[in-house]
Structures are given as structure tokens and as C-alpha cells.
Design a protein around this ligand. Structure first.
Ligand code: SIN
Ligand code: CO
Length: 391
């Protein structure tokens, strides 16, 4: 093949590609998606070499004590599973047994800036699918028991070791009455001992059981998949506020009914015809999906900054990078952008910048001249959806 200078990669491009491949055990992102994603588990030794985690057990416990953070404590005692929901009291930690318990903190990415860079490594999966980064700490023997999840998860080992037992068994029946979802008959098929930086990818419904071997921390990068029931219910709710159906029920051909209390067949037929006329377009689905998928969960609150005038904001953009707040979700389809449940149409000159902001979650310092864009960013900034990077 003729040497093509245009195809030559820079050393940093090659390094990024190598890191990407290492994360997936030597597979390219495409190969991973094709062979493993939603299909079968993948164990990667040294996915992130030297990964020691993003926070200490004490910092994790500190988060679990905060009101706005979702946390759980799971204790396994004499064959019984005990579940306690956070926020936890600091004194609770002093009263825990020496082993067989675990602390799990959800949405750590909302509270820890360092998590952004970790999640970025998984952006070969669309942002719309990301749920959160959950971090767990467990002393020896701790874990949440044998179970299955309904979402895809990358289980990245932080400090310490965890033994993962995995099973692709069909029997997914659960122990009745347990406070958490425990499989009643877990049959280990594979066993892997993960050390810091190792990672296990599990598709939905693969049974697994992680047991701490000594003190350990696990980082779960979870991807949500709404059920068909949830999507349909939400879409019907969305449609309800927008649908316009002209006309009203009428029965000029009403015949005499033997039972006045009976709902007649012709009435049912007429209403069925009316309902059959409900129509929606792909644009309605796009609009619904964008809003639904970017909508923050009910407990999420944004923290608006001190007010800043438009001209000060514009000047600051020239010297500081701006980034999505860690709780923000910005998605798009075409020129329609969905920021935390609200939608806007981007004008042609804004399109490239907003696309970059959505994809990279940040914009480098720049003297933006387009005032429509600056005003839009300013509005989002004042709502707490964006923040300036610390310099
Ligand atoms: C854990 O970190 O202990 C739980 C992760 C999981 O099994 O989903
Ligand atoms: Co799990």
C-alpha cells in the first residue's frame, strides 16, 4: 500500500488510542461494541494501570453522611441481609462490625470533579445511556450478595481486591422478603479476583456476586436502559400535554337499549375509532426522548453561582474554560439541544460550539463573538448548569 502521510498519527493520538484499547483489553471500541456490549462479560486485567481510586474510604463515608447524596449500607449477618439507607450518621461507622458489610454511594460523579475524567473514558457509549458512577467500600467479606442488575456495568477495581463470581444462569428468582435483591440459587460459573485497575464488564441480567478480599473499593460505571413500560408511560404523559383532538362524542343514531346502565357496543366502537386517530411524528419522539433523557432525577438540585453580568461573563469566557456542571446532561439531535430537560434550537453559528460542549462537556477559553451563543451560555451559567473551570 502506498504510504499516505495524511494517515500518519501523531504520538499523542497513538497514546490515546492505546489507552482506549487498554481499557478494553486490547479491543478497539468498535470491536468491544460488536462482540461484548449487551452480549457477554469481559474481564480486563490492567484496564487502567495504576488506578488507585478517586477518593478514600473516609471521603466516601463523608459523602454518605450528606443529605443530598444517595447511599446505602448493606450488612450480612448470620445469613440475614440488612439494608440501611443514607444519609448516615457519622457515629454509625464506629458501630459497624469488623467484616461483612459494604457502603455504597450513588452518583459520586455529581459530587467529585475527578470523576469526570474517568467517565470520559467511557464515552464510546452514548451520554444518553449513562446512569452514574457508584462507589462502594467494603471490609473483608463485604458485598451486596448474589444478584443481577438490569443495566450494563463496568466494575472497575479501586484499592484492594474483590472476588467476582459470575454466572449466566437462567434461574433469576429472588429470595422472597429480603430487603435487597438476592438470588435464591446462585451457581458460580466463573470466578475472577480483581486487583486495582482491573475491570469486569457485565451486560444486564448476568448474575454476579462481588466479595471483598480484605478492604476494597469498587467503581461501578453504570448505564441505564429504561424499560419499555417506563418509556411508553412517559411518552404517553408527554403526549397528553400536547395532543389536540378535535370533535366530541356524538350518537345521532342512538338506538333504544334494553339496559340503560349498559355501556353499549356502539359506544365502545365509536370511542375506539376516536382513539385510533391518535398520531405522532418522529419529531414528537425526538422531543420527548431528548427531554426525558436529559431530565435530572427528582432529587438533583443545581447550585446557581453569584450573579454575573453578560459582559463580565463574555470576558471570562476568553480566559477560562467552561464546563457542564457535573449534574448537567446536555444531549442533542440535529440542531435541537436538550439541557437538563429543556430544549432549544441552535442557530447555525452556534451549532459547532454547542455540539462540542455536549460531546466534550467543556469548551476551551475562547473570544466568542456570536452574542446569541454567549447569551445562551450565560443563561445556563446563571442557572448553575455550567461552571468555569478552576484555573
Ligand atoms: C459493589 O460495588 O459491591 C456492588 C456492585 C454490583 O454488584 O453491582
Ligand atoms: Co450488581
Amino acid at each position: 500500500m502506498r504510504y499516505d502521510a495524511a494517515m500518519k498519527k501523531t504520538p499523542s493520538e497513538t497514546a490515546v488510542e492505546n489507552d482506549e484499547k487498554q481499557l478494553l483489553g486490547g479491543l478497539t471500541r468498535e470491536a468491544f461494541l460488536q462482540a461484548y456490549w449487551q452480549k457477554k462479560p469481559l474481564l480486563v486485567r490492567g484496564a487502567i494501570p495504576g488506578f488507585e481510586g478517586l477518593l478514600s474510604p473516609e471521603e466516601l463515608a463523608g459523602l454518605a453522611c450528606e443529605d443530598e447524596v444517595q447511599s446505602r449500607l448493606v450488612i450480612h449477618n448470620k445469613g440475614q441481609w440488612i439494608l440501611e439507607h443514607g444519609p448516615l450518621d457519622e457515629v454509625r461507622f464506629g458501630k459497624l462490625p469488623e467484616r461483612d458489610w459494604t457502603l455504597l454511594v450513588q452518583e459520586v460523579n455529581h459530587h467529585l470533579e475527578e470523576a469526570e475524567a474517568l467517565l470520559e473514558r467511557f464515552d464510546f457509549i452514548p451520554h444518553a445511556r449513562l446512569d452514574d458512577l457508584m462507589v462502594s467500600y467494603a471490609p473483608d467479606g463485604g458485598g451486596v450478595g448474589p444478584h443481577f442488575d438490569s443495566y450494563d456495568v463496568f466494575l472497575l477495581q479501586g484499592q484492594g481486591k474483590r472476588l467476582w463470581r459470575v454466572s449466566q444462569q437462567e434461574d433469576l428468582s429472588l429470595v422472597e422478603g429480603a430487603p435487597l435483591r438476592i438470588l435464591s440459587d446462585f451457581q458460580t460459573q466463573q470466578e475472577y479476583l480483581l486487583e486495582a485497575g482491573d475491570m469486569l464488564y457485565l451486560p444486564p441480567h448476568v448474575a454476579h456476586w462481588g466479595i471483598a478480599v480484605g478492604d476494597c473499593m469498587t467503581y461501578s460505571i453504570g448505564f441505564r436502559a429504561p424499560s419499555a413500560q417506563e418509556l411508553t408511560t412517559q411518552f404517553l404523559g408527554y403526549l397528553q400535554d400536547r395532543i389536540e383532538v378535535p370533535g366530541m362524542y356524538g350518537d345521532p343514531d342512538l338506538g333504544l337499549q334494553p339496559h340503560p346502565a349498559e355501556i353499549g357496543g356502539s359506544m365502545i366502537e365509536r370511542v375506539s375509532e376516536m382513539l385510533d386517530a391518535i398520531r405522532w411524528q418522529q419529531a414528537d419522539v425526538t422531543e420527548f426522548l431528548g427531554r426525558y433523557l436529559s431530565e435530572p432525577k427528582a432529587h438533583v438540585v443545581f447550585d446557581p453561582p453569584r450573579t454575573m453580568t453578560l459582559s463580565t461573563f463574555q470576558k471570562r469566557l476568553q480566559t477560562s474554560a467552561i464546563r457542564l456542571d457535573s449534574k448537567s446532561r446536555l444531549l442533542f439531535h440535529g440542531n435541537r439541544f436538550f439541557m437538563n430537560g429543556e430544549s432549544v434550537d441552535a442557530s447555525e453559528p452556534e451549532l459547532a460550539t454547542l455540539t462540542e460542549l455536549a460531546d466534550r462537556r467543556s469548551l476551551p477559553p475562547c473570544a466568542f463573538a456570536d452574542m446569541v451563543l454567549v447569551e445562551r451560555l450565560h443563561k445556563w451559567y446563571l442557572a448553575g448548569f455550567l461552571r468555569f473551570e478552576r484555573t
